[in-house]
Write a protein that binds this ligand. Structure first.
Ligand code: CA
Length: 222
């Protein structure tokens, strides 16, 4: 799950990013409206946490632009108590939810989970499954029957992406974009290494699931 945080109060932005990373999200953080819109327009995010009062361009304008460009990434607006008007305006402009500052971590995480809740084979917010293989967020592991094995953070994120898009070829570019970000210098063979670790782990727990290679393109979960 990839989240964009757009917030000009740096301390708050960095704290948000820390909390999300600790909860297995991959996070990009930007501190002004222009970068916020630029990043959001890529459409690569599973959710956006968007402050309203921002230098460059405010959150409502960003939201309007996104929806005009048919980018439907779910948006959680951050509002100050005094910004009731903005809140209503924001919901009218296509925000999915809002959170009033200051907030507690538990509430933030619950809102983000609700925001990014996927369609598809979901057991609950901490588990996803595919053909009997369970990906467990709390344990950071994959489980099949009585067998389970720990995953590294990157392995977890790749597995999550595969399970969220089962039986579809995921191009390597998209995996890089989603997990490492645009500006990363991750190479295709880095992904191959993670995929081979994942394949080994899937076979260790004897799950009837395969990560197939689409030669020259990417991978699919079958
Ligand atoms: Ca602000």
């Amino acid at each position: 799950m990839k989240i964009l945080v757009v917030e000009d109060e740096m301390q708050l932005a960095d704290a948000l990013s820390e909390i999300l990373k600790r909860n297995m999200y991959s996070v990009d953080t930007v501190y002004d409206g222009i970068d916020g819109l630029d990043n959001a327009l890529t459409g690569v995010y599973d959710g956006i946490i968007l402050d309203i009062m921002l230098p460059g361009m405010n959150g409502i304008e960003i939201l309007k632009n996104l929806r005009k460009e048919k980018i439907n990434t779910p948006v959680l607006l951050l509002t100050a108590r005094s910004e009731i008007e903005d809140k209503i305006n924001g919901l009218d402009c296509g925000a999915d939810d809002y959170l009033t500052k200051p907030f507690v971590t538990g509430e933030l995480l619950a809102r983000v989970r609700a925001l990014t809740r996927r369609r598809g084979e979901i057991v609950d917010d901490n588990k996803m499954s595919f053909n009997g293989l369970e990906l467990n967020k709390n344990k950071c592991s994959i489980i099949y029957g009585a067998n389970d094995i720990k995953l590294s953070l990157k392995e977890y994120q790749i597995m999550e992406l595969l399970i969220a898009n089962p039986r579809q070829i995921l191009p390597k570019e998209r995996i890089i974009e989603k997990i490492w970000g645009y500006e990363s210098d991750v190479e295709y063979n880095n992904i191959e290494v993670y995929i081979s670790f994942l394949r080994k782990k899937i076979s260790v727990i004897s799950a009837p699931v395969q990560i197939k290679t689409a030669r020259g393109i990417g991978y699919s979960l079958e």
